[in-house]
Design a binder for this molecule. Structure first.
Ligand SMILES: [Zn+2]
Ligand SMILES: [Zn+2]
Length: 235
């Protein structure tokens, strides 16, 4: 039902407002507000660490993950966190531009398909804490996950996990402090009852936040937990 409504809204918007490229104003392609030229110039992430999605010259496992393997089984990012993705993500986060969620969700879904990311049984967006959710009005990981799920036909569930503790912003903290800051931040309120989950976020930096959620899901009995993210920021 929701999907039919979403598709009807897409079709209606495309009819009423033929999409213009959000970056340069040229005509969009694939009913998205992005032109072919700007799409090709985006900082697509081609080769990365398979455990943390850190950009690497050739695909493999990075030094950090060799020394201290992260809790997730795999990690995938569509882009490096570089212009103009930083602008798109900031708009997604603070500008309340749900249209950007459609665009970035479509791009993430394209990357997942083109690069054959293993298809999970369920997508779980990294939850915001209630106070932050109330301040912001909506949860960008959730709207992104809904768009990706709709396009890839993977169910999305944002009710199985909760952020039980508000955490200080991660920016400005080093790796160890970030891990400490988010330890125990998530609780799985209802085990998802599937074998393979991908947790989804808009930006991954050190992976500490998403790692805390992965750990909670593994403890709740999920055998394989991957991380899907729109962009990977370098460390
Ligand atoms: Zn353009
Ligand atoms: Zn790595």
């Amino acid at each position: 039902m929701t999907r039919k409504v979403d598709e009807a809204i897409d079709a209606l918007l495309a009819y009423l407002l033929p999409p213009q490229c959000t970056l340069c104003g040229a005509a969009g392609v694939d009913r998205l507000p992005l032109c072919a030229g700007c799409r090709d110039e985006l900082p697509w992430l081609a080769t990365a660490c398979r455990l943390c999605a850190q950009p690497l010259p050739v695909a493999g496992v990075c030094g950090h993950c060799l020394r201290r393997p992260p809790p997730q089984d795999g990690a995938h990012a569509a882009f490096r966190y570089a212009p103009p993705l930083d602008r798109l993500v900031q708009g997604l986060k603070f500008g309340r531009r749900l249209g950007l969620a459609r665009l970035t969700g479509a791009l993430l879904a394209q990357a997942a398909t083109a690069q054959h990311w293993p298809r999970p049984d369920l997508l779980i967006p990294v939850p915001l804490h209630d106070t932050r959710l109330r301040q912001r009005g909506y949860d960008q990981a959730q709207v992104l996950a809904r768009e990706v799920g709709r396009r890839l036909d993977v169910p999305v569930n944002w009710r199985t996990c909760q952020r039980v503790r508000a955490t200080a912003p991660q920016s400005g903290l080093d790796r160890v402090a970030r891990r400490r800051n988010v330890r125990g931040a998530f609780a799985v309120t209802k085990p998802p009852g599937v074998d393979h989950v991908a947790v989804l976020d808009d930006v991954m930096t050190t992976g500490a936040t998403v790692g805390a959620l992965v750990t909670a899901l593994k403890r709740a009995g999920v055998a394989q937990v991957d991380v899907w993210t729109l962009c990977r920021a370098g460390r």
